[in-house]
Design a protein. Structure first.
Length: 383
């Protein structure tokens, strides 16, 4: 298989893995095979001092196989790893050999360099740092090359070509993590009340939106729906949005590419972040197929939902409205039972009662109805 074909397969695999952590091993295996290396360790780290660094993501994989010893090496050698905090200060997207990071003296005396890295076949490896979202660092540690003669220039060029797609993989993954939706399937993602979700078909038409996404479109202070097509009110932002949608939904034969942008909202409000992400087409004759996912991430808090308002507008009891509001905020039945001092069976009974009263059968419908109450002016008691 040619390198362009390998590249396209890797980019598509990264798109899938951004939506599902369990697919990262297979994506990393494709990268290892295409680059010609033993494995890699992709980590997402909070910017803290060495003794307080927080790993948010990352295990060592060799051709898709999890290396149990790798986790042990990280916990054993990380506290004395001379590379930290040097890795945090590396220039963005510059590939460095380990001998560029460890001093000559350290290459003779370092426990990490002489004991830890050989255990995971990474003493002849490469390191690269990428600027991540929200001040995070993306550290990609590449293990030894398959070729005993060392790294070739074409391997470095291929790695450099992949870096923007690795960064975008992390951006989308972190957006889902913030919305507590990392393990949520595409089918159930619209149920999430913490992030706006729009689904586009291969022509760019909006085929589905969750309650939060519809709310953002309805307010129209930045994003608008024009005949089923997503636009922004500000021409420069709109031009960038249309380019990103075009890249995510390319003509046949071209590689679909994920992208992100921030856009202006009304004066005084923080900007909105959009992630436009390709979705693998699934066979389904006669069914509108989702080809791209648009995540709308608003740094503002979700709208306040008043349980009393919900009860009055939806005709629920106080207990039922508490459960409905908690479900809309993404809490599980188990969490709600603890919150309201009831058994899980009692909470499920309330859910059945709510569904029966409202004539619905899906949590997504309940979320939409509850969020809609937040847009109604606060009801005041009549004298």
């Amino acid at each position: 298989m040619s390198q362009p074909d390998n590249f396209d397969r890797i980019v598509a695999a990264l798109h899938d893995a951004a939506l599902d952590d369990t697919l990262w091993p297979s994506a990393s295996a494709l990268i290892d095979d295409a680059v010609g290396m033993i494995g890699s360790h992709l980590t997402i780290i909070h910017e803290h001092p060495q003794d307080d660094a927080e790993f948010l993501f990352g295990d060592i994989y060799h051709h898709g196989e999890f290396i149990e010893l790798g986790r042990e090496c990280v916990t054993t050698y990380f506290p004395q790893d001379e590379r930290f905090p040097r890795l945090f200060s590396l220039p963005d997207s510059r590939v460095f050999h380990l001998t560029d990071i460890f001093t000559e003296q350290e290459q003779r005396t370092s426990v990490t360099y002489n004991e830890g890295l050989p255990k995971v076949s990474a003493r002849n490896g490469l390191n690269v740092r990428l600027d991540g979202p929200d001040g995070l660092h993306i550290i990609w540690a590449l293990a030894d090359p398959d070729d005993p003669l060392g790294w070739r220039s074409e391997q470095i060029a291929f790695i450099t070509q992949l870096l923007p797609h690795i960064r975008q993989f992390v951006r989308v993954r972190q957006a889902l993590a913030t919305a507590e939706a990392l393990r949520t399937s595409l089918t159930h993602l619209p149920d999430n009340a913490m992030v706006g979700v729009l689904y586009l078909d291969r022509y760019g038409t909006i085929v589905e939106a969750n309650a939060r996404g519809r709310c953002m479109l309805r307010h129209g202070d930045g994003l608008v729906d024009r005949g089923g097509v997503l636009h922004t009110r500000f021409p420069p932002d709109n031009a960038k949005l249309q380019r990103l949608i075009g890249r995510a939904l390319p003509q046949w034969g071209r590689t679909a590419v994920s992208g992100s942008m921030t856009m202006r909202l009304a004066p005084g409000r923080p900007p909105l972040t959009l992630h436009i992400h390709p979705v693998s087409l699934r066979a389904g004759f006669g069914v509108q197929r989702v080809a791209a996912l648009v995540l709308l991430v608003n740094p503002e808090q979700p709208p306040h939902i008043n349980p009393v308002q919900v009860a009055a507008l939806l005709g629920l009891t106080c207990a039922e409205s508490q459960v409905a509001v908690a479900l809309a905020k993404g809490y599980s039945v188990r969490d709600i039972a603890v919150m309201i001092y009831r058994t899980q069976a009692a909470v499920r009974w309330h859910v059945r009662q709510i569904y029966a009263k409202l004539g619905i059968s899906r949590q997504a419908d309940l979320v939409r109805m509850v969020l809609t109450t937040a847009e109604v002016p606060l009801l005041r008691r009549q004298n």
